[in-house]
Write a protein that binds this ligand. Structure first.
Ligand SMILES: *Cc1c(COP(=O)(O)O)cnc(C)c1O
Length: 403
């Protein structure tokens, strides 16, 4: 299946990957932090600014019409990609802002003292702190030793006090793919809505939000081969209708008077001020690009590479992989006897290998595994065996330096 993707041809569409870093071929393995952008996305953004730049929704002139058409076409494109109607797509600055919007506008007005948000122990800080900021109690289900969610323990924590369930589709630290369908079924059986943090899932799993019956879904364009600073909250229409606006300003209103104002329809009532127009257009171009490759074929390629990398890393003495769930995506977190993850990252950088080191915005998970930090290599469609071989050779060098 994966053999049908020509990875060499795909790599060639990413100009940034052609460079050398510290005199070495660049092996970019920090895709869980952000992905690189293909020529098609760079061109879409460039073309927009060169030919169509104007503010949206306001003027009647030609450029404003073009900008508005392209901007709103992005809403159709995103809706079609995750299988929902365009009105369900609220543009945000990314996953973090989307979750904050749900916390402020959905949860806070409904919150009673003692109400809980049920999380997992592998959530990103973006899916922990917004709930705490509005006064909810955050309860986390435990993570098993292999990095899987303890689903039975999760179910035991689902109670009459649970106001919302929030869970990562894929853990950015462990690569674990969570059982979203089971979680939604159990939560809905108790009348509890579910937010899925799709920051890692969107580019690696085919996601049908309607079939999965997900209430809220948050994602970022920049982890999907699109530009930074853009993303969306995708939600059931009934929730959006019931939620008050959260940011006030232009575009989100129907009428404004000093006695009081009225709100625009969904999704516009959540989109105050001039939006990231080029961001929306770039994100739609990224989705076009990824869809043409087929997310499932991309996932198969990444999975084959994950298996290869897991086997190679397992052979390095003193290296411990953290996150070996049976159902996982292309993320490899590890620690080594001797060097701190920071040292690993610095030495790898000198070898042209870009990985991430640190807590990956998942401090509770670091505590769970008893490590202050990990080194993390994360895969995207343009990665190949040469990247993994370069990573492994660099790790052998680390080992020699710390022997
Ligand atoms: C990256 C990430 C986020 C935050 O995304 P932003 O683009 O920084 O808003 C949230 N959750 C997970 C799982 C992530 O990987």
């Amino acid at each position: 299946m994966s053999s049908t993707l020509d990875i060499g041809a795909i790599r060639a569409q990413f100009p940034i990957l052609r460079q050398t870093v510290h005199g070495r071929r660049l092996a970019y393995l920090d895709n869980a932090a952000t992905t690189q952008k293909p020529e098609a996305v760079l061109q879409a953004i460039d073309r927009y600014y060169r030919t169509s730049n104007a503010n949206v929704h306001r003027a009647v002139h030609e450029l404003a019409g073009r900008a508005t058409t392209q901007y709103e076409a992005a809403r159709d494109r995103i809706g079609a990609f995750v299988k929902v109607a365009r009105e369900q797509v609220v543009f945000t600055r990314g996953t973090t802002e989307a979750i904050n919007l749900v916390a402020r506008s959905y949860l806070q007005p409904r919150l009673q003292p003692g109400d809980e948000v049920l999380l997992t122990g592998m959530e990103h800080h973006s899916n922990i702190v917004p709930w705490q900021l509005v006064g909810a109690k955050t309860v986390a289900a435990p993570v098993l030793d292999d990095g899987s969610l303890d689903l039975d323990a999760w179910k035991q924590r689902l109670s009459a006090r649970t106001k919302l369930v929030a869970v990562a589709q894929i853990s950015n630290t462990l690569g674990t793919i969570n059982p979203i369908a089971d979680i939604v079924a159990a939560a809905h059986a108790r009348g509890v809505p579910v937010l899925v943090d799709g920051a890692q899932g969107i580019a690696h799993l085919r996601t049908d939000l309607t079939a999965l019956d997900i209430d809220f879904y948050a994602f970022s364009s920049h982890k999907l081969y699109g530009p930074t600073g853009f993303g969306a909250l995708v939600a059931k229409r009934e929730h959006l209708e019931a939620m008050p606006p959260w940011h006030g300003g232009g575009d989100m209103i129907r009428t404004v008077a000093f006695e009081g104002s009225t709100w625009n329809d969904v999704p516009y009532k959540f989109e105050a001020g001039t939006p990231d127009i080029a961001g929306a257009i770039g994100c739609a171009a990224a989705i076009d690009w990824l869809d043409a490759l087929d997310v499932e074929r991309v996932a198969a390629h990444e999975h084959a590479l994950l298996e290869y990398a897991t086997e190679q890393l397992s052979r390095i003495p003193g290296l411990r992989l953290i996150g070996t769930a049976p159902h996982k995506a292309g993320i490899l977190s590890f620690v080594m006897n001797g060097p701190h993850p920071q040292d690993i990252g610095s030495i790898l950088d000198m070898e042209g290998v870009a990985i991430r080191t640190g807590h990956h915005c998942t401090m509770p998970l670091m505590q769970r595994f008893g490590v202050p930090a990990t080194a993390r290599a994360s895969l995207a469609v343009y990665n190949d065996r040469d990247d993994i071989d370069q990573l492994v050779a660099a790790l052998q060098k680390v080992r020699r330096l710390f022997a």
